[in-house]
Design a protein around this ligand. Structure first.
Ligand code: NAI
Length: 447
């Protein structure tokens, strides 16, 4: 993905020649004042309709927000860093970490814990969009820029490769960068969530779908766009749906990553690799655990066992960590899950058990992977960070209330307000202390 300025590609009136700034300045990182440039003949003129200083408001479309606030995203990162700085530094922590899916959600928080809890050098891989044609960059882009700036300011090595992690090229670029600039990797975190993957061997594109298997599933759901409780019926997945979802969200790509790193000799003795999964309560099983995504997660668990055997050669280990339900760009897209999360948050907050991504990532590092701990597995060889979510008292409260929730009492019976805050926070909105009326520069370079 091009990080430099992008140019209007077509003009109906004149045969203009538009060029990339890289061709003019020899670097895609050149910053040329606060305007974009069009090349018309031999003249350079500012494209005034593409102001990059602007007031940024949330633009929500369905379950996604298509704008992001650079200052708010930086605030999100700052708060997570502050949380980790308040903890006691990790003992025997990681030193050189690769995070695949590092820009948002669990991957970003894991990166922050590795860097600020253990002082590790972190290399992130993510697939984010820079600002273009007056549109803001994606939240993950701003998060990454803010994290890199903070890390460097604090003397921590941090770099990010922005591109398709499923591709052979990005794997090769990652290996090359590690060889050139990093000590051997002692922790690989696999935290990708994607709707699509192109198989690098065949070139075939696969789409993951969120569908039940075997029979259709009808449930109450929360339409977060219209703030209403409605009923949803999901038709059962075809064999092709299942296969595609496993291709995208299963373990194949994680395995390709680990093989590429192992073959290149960039894994340290004792290297750990972890991928994230979710199980959740029975009410979501038809669409999650027993659905297409659940099949992909089963595949991830099989992969963990194979990778564990591979890493054992170097006294290392691989495993799956089952994390709790949190609001992220990925989870907000899953039918039924937002309603469950709104109920869950209320039950967990009332008991002082609430956690977000950063608390979960901290607990994984501090109580499982480091501080002289050993990994505590369940019967399926999974680490369970969803233990508090799955407590009997929490789940029974959620399910006692579940049938009674309707559009009118949504705010009273659930923590939908907390859900909405977390959702807006993902895109840098709704943080106290950020001036959302001020014009901000939406062009933020990655370092
Ligand atoms: P997210 O949507 O916040 O993050 C996804 C990350 O993957 C981003 O950094 C994005 O840039 C990156 N990405 C997506 N496609 C890419 C590509 N082609 N190349 C490079 N990077 C790409 O997702 P979230 O929720 O943090 O999920 C991460 C993992 O955690 C997933 O395996 C998910 O199943 C798991 N998980 C999530 C839970 C939740 O409630 N959100 C609960 C338990 C597990």
């Amino acid at each position: 993905m091009e990080r430099g300025f992008s140019f209007v590609r077509e003009c109906p009136l004149f045969p203009l020649k538009f060029v990339n700034v890289k061709d003019i300045f020899g670097t895609s990182r050149a910053r040329v004042w606060h305007f974009k440039i069009e090349m018309r003949g031999t003249f350079l003129i500012p494209a005034s309709n593409m102001a990059i200083k602007q007031v940024v408001q949330p633009r929500i479309r369905g379950f996604i927000c298509v704008s992001a606030h650079p200052v708010g995203c930086a605030e999100n990162v700052r708060r997570q860093i502050a949380y980790v700085k308040e903890q006691v530094p990790l003992k025997g922590g990681c030193k050189s970490v690769l995070i695949i899916g590092a820009s948002t959600g669990y991957g970003l928080s894991s990166r922050i814990v590795a860097a600020y809890g253990a002082g590790a050098a972190t290399l992130g891989v993510s697939y984010e969009k820079g600002a273009e044609n007056g549109r803001t960059a994606s939240a993950g882009w701003y998060n990454t820029a803010a994290f890199e700036a903070a890390a460097r300011n604090d003397g921590l090595w941090a770099k990010t490769i922005n591109g398709d992690a499923f591709s052979t090229e990005i794997k090769a670029a990652t290996v090359a960068l590690i060889k050139k600039e990093m000590p051997k990797i002692d922790l690989v975190i696999y935290s990708l969530a994607s709707p699509r993957r192109v198989d690098p061997k065949t070139g075939q594109a696969y789409r993951s779908v969120l569908k039940p298997i075997g029979q259709s599933f009808t449930s109450r759901t929360l339409d977060t766009d219209r703030n209403v409780i409605s009923e949803i019926t999901l038709s059962p997945a075809s064999e092709e749906d299942i296969e595609s979802t496993v291709k995208v969200m299963g373990g194949e790509d994680w395995e390709l990553w680990m093989e590429a790193l192992e073959e290149a000799g960039v894994l340290a003795e004792g290297c750990t690799s972890v991928a994230y999964s979710y199980i959740g309560p029975e009410v979501t099983w038809p669409v999650y655990k027993n659905g297409t995504i659940g099949r992909a997660k089963e595949d991830l668990e099989h992969t963990a066992k194979r990778l564990d055997a591979l890493l054992k050669i170097h006294r290392g280990r691989a495993f799956v960590s089952v994390n709790k339900a949190v609001v992220t760009q990925s989870s907000s897209a899953i039918p039924v899950v937002p309603l469950y999360i709104a109920l869950l948050f209320k039950a967990m907050k009332a008991r002082g058990l609430h956690e977000g991504c950063i608390q979960q990532a901290w607990r994984l590092f501090a109580t499982q992977m480091y501080n002289d701990n050993i990994l505590k597995f369940d019967e399926g060889r999974r680490v369970r960070l969803d233990d508090r979510e799955m407590r009997e008292e929490v789940q029974s409260e959620v399910f006692a209330i579940w049938p009674d929730v309707n559009t009118e009492n949504l705010n009273e019976l659930t923590d939908y307000a907390g859900y909405q805050t977390d959702f807006l926070n993902l895109f840098g909105f709704n943080f106290p202390g950020v001036d959302y009326d001020a014009e901000v520069d939406i062009e933020v370079p990655l370092l």
